[in-house]
Unconditional design. Structure first.
Length: 133
């Protein structure tokens, strides 16, 4: 039996690598680089523990549970990513736009900056008001 066959047989019924493992590996790589500078035994220990968790998950036979962990991780990850995207677009809007509140209906209205004094018409209640942009 060849080496590849042996590996395949060993991995049969085991969970294998997933997105969570991949991100743990990236994080460990980051820690290794970080530790070149800080040289902390705690960081080294953390690297070991994370790698052990990664390997243990890959070889785990509880595929259902590992899949759930991965799904939960992916869910959290996409939440974090969408939060960053939202923050980024808010930052960009703050740079390029003023946000005014309509005196009539409290609707928030986005006005591009740098246009001088302009008359704004609320798209919701059609109240007109003058603002400096
Ligand atoms: Zn209004």
């Amino acid at each position: 039996m060849g080496f590849r066959e042996k590996i395949r047989q060993f991995m049969y019924g085991r969970y294998g690598a997933d997105s969570l493992c991949q991100w743990i590996t990236y994080f460990v790589l980051f820690l290794i680089i970080l530790n070149l500078f800080v040289r902390s035994p705690i960081v080294s220990l953390l690297e070991m523990v994370l790698l052990a968790v990664c390997v243990w998950r890959m070889f785990s036979k509880n595929i259902e549970k590992r899949s759930r962990e991965n799904a939960l991780f992916c869910q959290k990850k996409s939440k974090v990513f969408s939060w960053f995207r939202k923050e980024k677009s808010i930052m960009k809007q703050r740079k390029d736009f003023h946000i005014y509140t309509c005196p009539g209906c409290k609707q928030k209205i986005r006005i591009p900056k740098g246009k001088g004094k302009i008359s704004v018409t609320c798209p919701k209640c059609h109240t007109q008001f003058i603002r400096k942009s």
